[in-house]
Each structure stands twice: as C-alpha cells, then as structure tokens.
Write a protein that binds this ligand. Sequence first.
Ligand SMILES: Cc1cc2nc3c(=O)[nH]c(=O)nc-3n(C[C@H](O)[C@H](O)[C@H](O)COP(=O)(O)OP(=O)(O)OC[C@H]3O[C@@H](n4cnc5c(N)ncnc54)[C@H](O)[C@@H]3O)c2cc1C
Length: 477
Amino acid sequence: MKAFDAAIIGAGVTGAALARELSRYRVSVLLLEKEAEPAFGVSKSNSGIIHAGTQNPPGSLKARLCVEGNRLIAGPLAAELGLDFIRCGQLIAVFDPADLPRLERIKSEGEAMGVEGLRIVDRAWLEANEPNLGPEVRAALFCPTAGMISPYRFVYALVENAAANGTELRTGSEVAAISRGADGVFALVAGGQEYRARFVVNAAGLYADRIAALAGLPPYPIKPRKGEEYLLDRKREHIANHIIFPLPSGKSKGILIIKTSDGNPMIGPTAHDTGDSGDLSTTDEGLAEVLAGARRMMPSISRSDIIAYFAGLRPAAGDDFVIRHEDALPGFFSAAGIQSPGLTAAPAIALMLARLMEGRGLKLEPKKDFRPLREKPVHLFQVSPERTRELIAEDPGYGDIVCRCEMVSAREIRDAIKRGARTLDGVKFRTRAQAGRCHGGFCTTRIMKIMREELALSPLAVTKRGAGSEIIKDERK
Ligand SMILES: Cc1cc2nc3c(=O)[nH]c(=O)nc-3n(C[C@H](O)[C@H](O)[C@H](O)COP(=O)(O)OP(=O)(O)OC[C@H]3O[C@@H](n4cnc5c(N)ncnc54)[C@H](O)[C@@H]3O)c2cc1C
C-alpha cells in the first residue's frame, strides 16, 4: 500500500493551510476530514477577523504567528488565492480616560511584536471616522492592519489550491485508529479505509485530545470556550467603518462590533468555558450580554437588527497554541489548542509546522510545476451592475436568481458544486445562498434540484451537513 509522505488530520483552516504549504513541495499529502466537507469545525463558526496582532501575550506563539499570519494573508495569499480579504482596520475603544495607560501598553506591546501603524485616536477623530459610536467612547487604539475575511471561503480556497497541486482530500473520513509500524510508518484507519504515512499532523481542533489519545500520547487538556455571535441584517451594513473592540478582559477580546466580508455586521462573541465539545447552543443570557456590550459602543444597534445567530467553540489548551513535534512519537506533530487568533495565524502555523517537519526528515524539495494561483469564484453580490450584465450575457445562468435575499444565481451554485460543495451548508458557505433573512425558505428546494442535476443525487440523499441531516425523509421505510 502506498505510504503518503504526510497525513494531516483535520481540514479546518490549520490543516488546510498546512496542506497548501506542503503542496509546494515534492511530497505526497493526504488530508483527512471526518465531516462531509472541509471547514465544518471551529473554522466555520468564528468572527472572521484577520487580527492585527495586538491583544496577545508578548512572547507567546499566538502573538508571533498572528502578526506573521496577517502579513501572509494580506500579501501573497490574498493575491494568489483570490481571497475576499478587506483591510478595514480595527479600533480598541476605551470608555474611561483612566484606561488610557492600558491602551498605551497594548500599543507598545503591539509595536514590539511588529504590528505597524498603531496610533491612539481621540474623540474628535472618532466622531469624524466612526460617527455611530456612542458618547461613552472617549478614545481608541487604531490598528490599521486588521481586516476581515470569509472564514469558510478562506478554507475552501486553501483546500482547492492544495488539491490542484496534488493533495488528496478524503472527507467523511474520521480517523479512528493510529499505530506506528516497526518501519516507523504510521497506519491510520479513517472512514473504514487504511492509509499509511511517514509523518502525521494532528490538526483536529476540538478533537485534538482524542487524536492524541489514539496515538498513545498523553491527551492535551482541551477546554472548549464557547462564543455566541449574532448576525445583523445587511441593511445595517454601514453601521461601522472598522471592527470595534472594547479593552480586552482577562479571558477574551470582549464583545465586538464586527464588519464581515459579506456585508452583514455581527456582534459578539461571548467567552464562556464549557465542558462539552458539542455544545453549540445560543442562550438568552448570551444574547443579553452581547447586546449590552455592543450597544455600549454603538447604541443604535437593536435586537430587531438580528437575523441569525450561532455559537462556536474555541479549542483552548491552556493560554497558547500547542505546536510541536511529539518526541515520544517520532514523526507525529501537534497543532492543537488553536484558539483565537487561529484563523489569522493559520498560514504562519503552516510554515512553522513545515519547518518542524523538515527538521525531522521530511524532504521539502520545491515542485517545478507548483501552481500558486486559484481562480476566484464569481459572487454577484461583490460585482457592479455593469459587470453583472456582462456575466449574464456570457451565461444566462447568472441571471437566474435562486437566492433572492442574497442575490445568488444558479450559475454560482453550479460553480460551487463543481468546486466541491456536497451539502446545503457547503453551498451556503461558498455562495451565501440560504444565508439571508428567509434562511433558505425560498431557495432550498431549488438548490436541491441543482444538486440533484449536478451530482446525479437522489433528493433523498441531499443533506444539510452530511449523513444524518437529510432534508427529505422516505416515510415508506
Ligand atoms: C466564537 C469564535 C470566534 C473566533 N474568532 C476568530 C477571529 O475573528 N479571528 C481569528 O483569527 N480566530 C478566531 N477564532 C479562532 C479560530 O476560529 C480557530 O482558531 C480556528 O478556526 C481553528 O482551526 P482548526 O483548523 O485548528 O480547527 P477546526 O476548524 O475545528 O478543524 C479541525 C478539523 O478536524 C476535524 N476532525 C476532528 N476529529 C477528526 C478525526 N478523528 N478525523 C478526521 N477529522 C477530524 C474536524 O471535523 C475539523 O474540521 C474564533 C473562534 C471562535 C470559537
């Protein structure tokens, strides 16, 4: 049986970024994901902020890799992969002038880590540049390098480009057993198949502790920390010009007003430890906390602006990322505890892991035919009416609007399926169809019909997010 050079467990942003990084080299890479599609773990439920690199403990991996990840995303990755990265900048607001020394400290710590362009701005600046801020906000730290991205489209772009460069992706492949033979090669059982790999990377997010235990390592103490987020109607798109933070608490960056790359602003997240890695519930208390925090900074935000909500779980393993070679199990690497700012840091984590793997004998010889570029998919919500007219002239499928809330055409949905979408959520994350105010009430059946045509699927086999979430039940069975 073929032995891959490297097997990566988990196709979230960490595993996807590593797969893409390794795909530059003449090594064979297997990316194993237990869910029906990539980006169905923590990487789908977050704030989508590409942090500047402030608010992390100086000297931590989080601090260093966040600054480096921001540069990689804003620079080569956005250009090569056609990412929807928007550098809108962030503000860290203070309500009490007595807190200005804390802001100064965040600024000098950020500067020491290499964060560029930081400056403290006063009330007059804020009134001119962020007019909807409430009167309580007295000053802020302006961090111009922060931005926003679509987190799942980021993962899909990485996976697509890695696959175009030879990475083999296996979804629906939950790693259930790991052993290491006398020849030092690992055997992994996933989705009922056996695979062999010389190097293994555990990038399993909330389940990294289980993978460590399967490999016979002492499990990491993963303590999920829940964050509830509330999405506002797109009509509030221009409520803020920046991502707005309060001063961080000991545990989190606080309740934020988040611009998203798709238009709808978002408020949140909470930060509460939970013992349950499956607890994605939202609560009345969470909503009250988020609304109070957001309204203190921007009083015009109201409960009726909220159109959707979700919770995500930060896979915390102590205060920092755990990125290392496991000396007790040569050839096995961990990328665990990838809590916030993991989305930002992922490309830098990937570089660090690649260096660690090279240090342990993975030969990284550049591929002559590496293709760094990926064609960006068309999203009508991002293009001008003139360009939309041209696209419709090229293919009338662009004029066949399936999701009216978000203006998504049949052609965009077909493209998403051709690029790998296999579930209704996969279509939603790639295109935004079903993500609007009606939550798919209007377009779901139409999307199912397109999936049936493109994938030759029985309607009974169409799922929301994989096996067990079928939309139509056959009552005859
Ligand atoms: C509420 C919230 C807000 C956040 N906001 C931000 C932000 O604004 N900016 C930022 O930089 N970071 C943010 N983060 C952090 C960021 O989302 C995470 O750091 C990042 O998504 C972690 O990615 P990952 O790939 O390590 O984990 P995941 O995305 O969870 O990927 C792990 C993958 O492994 C798979 N897997 C698990 N077990 C197995 C198995 N046995 N076999 C095969 N596959 C398996 C899972 O299905 C999953 O797809 C936020 C997090 C939360 C919860």
